[in-house]
Design a protein around this ligand. Structure first.
Ligand code: ADP
Length: 334
């Protein structure tokens, strides 16, 4: 139940759906991706053909699913949603592909996790709108070619580098989503607040945005936590003090660090003099699994320039000491 986790829980998806921008104009930030995508869509409308296949890459919560929905909406096409992990066999993919209608948008989330055999089927489907259905087994197996209606594949991946070259090459357009800055997150939050019928002061928006780790999904979640707090405390206009009080209660600090992130930094500074210390020792010191520290806390700490990875182990930077309100030793990494 980490408030700053960038992935969504099942209950959250419905709430999220309500806050999703419906078209490219409502989609905040990512100016380059928006422009390029708009061109791809306009060109396809002029050609009167389905849009080229689109690959969207970037960390969770930055708007990949939202963009897939917008593409379908702008193309006036139905949308089918599936994901790499759900397609374990080529047959699973064949079932989806053979039921697509002309122009349909197929969104495959976590496309890098699709099985090898399905991936090979996808190559042909993307390029020639055709699949070979294998009937029978062993020496008696035969391939029956099946024509598919032209469709648009929108693939999403957390890292484009995880994709095999041949798959990557079959996308006509790749958009890399970047973390959002505070001003952009304020725009996301303003829009959400309007839809949730909430009143906030301008600096309250900035306060929530600053704690949202560059991620609209986290911003919207923190806004809901602030809304709950305001409801219970019967506050009608949420000012910066209310936003701070609410988020402090959920232990999300002014830089978006939560309890685990801070525990890692505190252990690093206070128990190990700022490092270097091995990851497993650090994990034991905070009472967590190595994997949790490595995948949940570290990436953001590294991105924020609070923690460094060196060949001899993890080190706290001068900014980490400062964030904890401590005096950095003279040799702390900058
Ligand atoms: P991803 O698929 O990359 O994990 P989503 O598209 O599911 O992310 O977005 C997560 C949430 O953040 C959604 O509720 C969506 O409304 C919101 N969101 C994401 N990007 C934007 C944006 N650019 N403008 C407004 N809201 C956004």
């Amino acid at each position: 139940d980490r408030q700053v986790d960038a992935t969504s829980t099942a209950e959250e998806r419905e709430l999220e759906a309500a806050l999703r921008p419906k078209n490219l104009d409502e989609f905040v930030g990512q100016p380059r991706v928006r422009q390029q995508l708009s061109l791809v869509l306009q060109a396809s409308q002029l050609r009167q053909a389905p849009a080229e296949h689109v690959l969207l890459s970037g960390p969770p919560g930055l708007g990949k699913t939202t963009l897939a929905m917008i593409i379908a909406q702008e193309m006036n096409a139905p949308l089918r949603i599936s994901s790499g992990p759900a397609i374990q066999h080529a047959g699973d993919l064949a079932a989806i592909l053979s039921s697509l209608t002309e122009g349909e948008v197929l969104f495959l989330d976590e496309i890098h996790r699709i099985s090898r055999t399905a991936e090979e089927m996808l190559y042909m489907a993307m390029e020639d709108f055709r699949v070979d259905i294998i009937v029978g087994k062993g020496a008696g197996a035969t391939a029956i070619p099946l024509e598919l209606p032209p469709f648009t594949l929108v693939g999403a991946t957390t890292r484009a580098g995880l994709l095999q070259g041949p798959l990557r090459d079959r996308f006509g357009f790749t958009g890399h989503l970047e973390f959002y800055d505070v001003d952009e997150l304020v725009l996301v939050l303003r829009r959400s607040a309007m839809m949730l019928d909430l009143r906030l002061s301008p600096d309250a928006f900035v306060e929530i945005a600053s704690r949202s780790r560059g991620t609209p999904r986290i911003a919207n979640r923190l806004l809901r936590r602030v809304r709950d707090w305001a409801l219970v405390h019967q506050i009608h206009t949420i000012d910066v003090a209310a936003a701070q009080a609410a988020l402090d209660m959920y232990e999300v600090d002014e830089r978006g660090l939560d309890r685990l992130d801070r525990a890692v930094l505190e252990a690093l500074c206070l128990k190990f003099g700022g490092g270097p210390v091995g990851l497993s020792t650090l994990a034991i010191a905070v009472g967590e699994e190595v994997e949790t520290v490595e995948t949940v806390a570290e990436p953001y700490l590294v991105r924020e320039g609070l923690l460094g990875r060196t060949p001899r182990g993890r080190v706290a930077t001068a900014a980490a000491w400062e964030h904890l309100g401590l005096r950095a030793p003279d040799d702390a990494q900058q």
